[in-house]
Design a protein around this ligand. Structure first.
Ligand SMILES: O=C(O)[C@H](O)[C@@H](O)[C@H](O)[C@H](O)COP(=O)(O)O
Length: 298
């Protein structure tokens, strides 16, 4: 089966190799020469533009996008639409907002092109060997390409989630949960680290990974990181947020569903980006104003 991967970044490249391992005729497109060379070395046919990529198929095209969400994905989809034919298939595997996925699926449906939103989890190693996939789109067309998802996913690691948008909806909520779990692990280890005991954090993570309620992949990652850098002394506590937890909170607000843990986890990341927050300065000024409490000056 021929399949085109647009975007040979960390995720796309490994997905291409995963597909290659499963006998697919993989075609890769990227703007980076280094990425194209790396893909070619592993037997992926490489392309530098969508026209040539789409023209290279012998039959029904399956184009899998693995691009940063937002503008890059939107632009490529706009360019791709006129190059495809009825019955072709698009799989969008980035971290897109599910509302964008619904809109895009409707646009492609007008040209009789099936559009699947595919929430992809498991990081780089997942993309390479055993992905976790949440897929939204037409059920019958999904059945016709189900083997594709089965092949690249871990056993039991794919789900036909429902109508368009449902795949990215699930991935959005998944990432909200991810934020909450990571924040809780971070807070717990701060208490452990600042206690009067002389704990070896890697060893704490190790024992929690064996039989405890909180054993998990995240805890395994914590163990590995603490082994590399026992107190993370060379790290700064600055954490980015790509958008999905924010969408989870926005969606929950629209639905009147309380998500305090996910919301606070998101706010903690936002706060981590500020060296010295203005809100804390205001609180300090107010406290000084009514109580004469000391202001810590620069
Ligand atoms: O399930 C996954 O494999 C992850 O969720 C993955 O998608 C990644 O971690 C996010 O892109 C990071 O998101 P943040 O930048 O918001 O932490």
């Amino acid at each position: 089966m021929e399949i085109g991967i647009v975007g040979l970044g960390k995720m796309g490249m490994n997905l291409a190799f995963n597909l290659k391992d499963h006998g697919y005729d993989v075609k890769g497109l990227d703007l980076s020469e280094a990425a194209l060379a790396a893909a070619k070395k592993e037997g992926v046919a490489t392309f530098t533009n969508l026209e040539e990529l789409t023209a290279s198929f012998n039959g029904r095209r399956i184009i899998w996008l693995m691009l940063p969400a937002g503008e890059p994905t939107e632009k490529v989809l706009e360019q791709l639409l006129p190059l495809l034919s009825a019955k072709d298939i698009v799989v969008e595997g980035g971290n897109s907002n599910y509302k964008d996925s619904v809109r895009r699926a409707n646009t492609f449906a007008e040209a009789d092109i099936s559009y699947f939103d595919c929430g992809t989890s498991g990081g780089i190693s997942g993309a390479r060997n055993d992905a976790c996939l949440m897929i939204g789109g037409d059920k019958e067309v999904f059945a016709s390409i189900e083997q594709l998802f089965k092949d690249i996913a871990i056993e039991n690691g794919y789900l036909y989630a429902g109508a368009s948008g449902s795949g990215h909806f699930l991935k959005m909520v998944h990432n909200g949960i991810e934020y909450g779990m990571m924040q809780a692990i971070g807070e717990g280890f701060q208490v452990v680290e600042q206690s009067n005991y002389d704990f070896d954090l890697a060893e704490v993570a190790r024992v929690w990974n064996h039989g405890s309620v909180v054993r998990s992949w995240l805890m395994e990652i914590a163990e590995a990181q603490f082994r590399q850098s026992p107190k993370l002394a060379d790290y700064r506590g600055v954490v980015a947020a790509s958008g999905e937890a924010k969408w989870t909170v926005e969606t929950a607000l629209e639905m009147d569903v309380p998500v305090p843990t996910i919301a606070l986890s998101l706010f903690m990341r936002n706060l981590s980006q500020e060296d010295d927050s203005f809100s804390a300065k205001v609180v300090s000024a107010l406290r000084n104003g009514f109580g004469g409490h000391e202001i810590v000056k620069k």
